[in-house]
Ligand binder design. Structure first.
Ligand code: 5GP
Length: 182
């Protein structure tokens, strides 16, 4: 076994890098002549955001928002608490929200409403992963890395109980780990 507690690798570091490069090209083309404010959602998006930033060819500023959703660490309750707000207002800015994974959509909906209420000039969402089968509320993802099956994923920034963020690949966590058997 490659890593302990991992069932299998779903997306290799190479697949991720290739996809991130394509996303970077698309975003850079769409924002040509504009200045972008990329907002990362802590902590899961940091690895993706760090790679994405380096393939963007337009001027880009960076800010972060931190949220926690009430509930267990493998499911989202939909009630979002803001732990860290932005350093500066997004009013009049071209905002690109960068998320690790969209599951029910509740977290993204909440953050989007919060940012849109400040009147950005533009607002788009870039998510590395999407689990469309789990959606509870409709959300628009403008730039998507991969659609993934309904399994709990870790690695490349994604954690379970604070661990596994450092794995370079995106992996399926063994069910026993989060269903309490291990
Ligand atoms: P939503 O509000 O869309 O249900 O949940 C989004 C958040 O749930 C993500 O930002 C992430 O923190 C967490 N999440 C959802 N699915 C997974 C997963 O498969 N692995 C990990 N590590 N987190 C997930």
């Amino acid at each position: 076994m490659l890593y302990p507690d991992i069932e299998r690798v779903l997306l290799t570091r190479q697949q991720i890098q290739e996809r991130v490069a394509v996303l970077g090209e698309e975003i850079s083309a769409d924002y040509r002549g504009k200045e972008l404010l990329a907002i990362g959602v802590l902590k899961g998006s940091v690895v993706f955001l760090a790679d994405l930033l380096r393939v963007l060819t337009v001027p880009v500023e960076l800010d972060f928002i931190a949220v926690s959703s009430y509930g267990s660490s493998s499911t989202s309750s939909g009630v979002v608490r803001f732990l860290k707000d932005l350093d500066k207002s997004v009013t009049g800015r071209e905002v690109l929200l960068v998320e690790d994974i969209v599951d029910t959509g509740l977290t993204l909906k909440c953050i989007a409403e919060h940012l849109l209420s400040q009147g950005p000039a533009g607002f788009k969402v870039c998510a590395l992963l999407d689990k469309p089968s789990r959606r509870k509320v409709p959300v628009k993802i403008d730039y998507l890395g991969f659609s993934v099956p309904d399994r709990f994923l870790v690695g490349y920034g994604l954690d379970y109980a604070g661990r596994y963020r450092n794995l370079p690949d995106i992996c399926v966590l063994q069910r026993e780990v989060y269903e309490g058997g291990k």
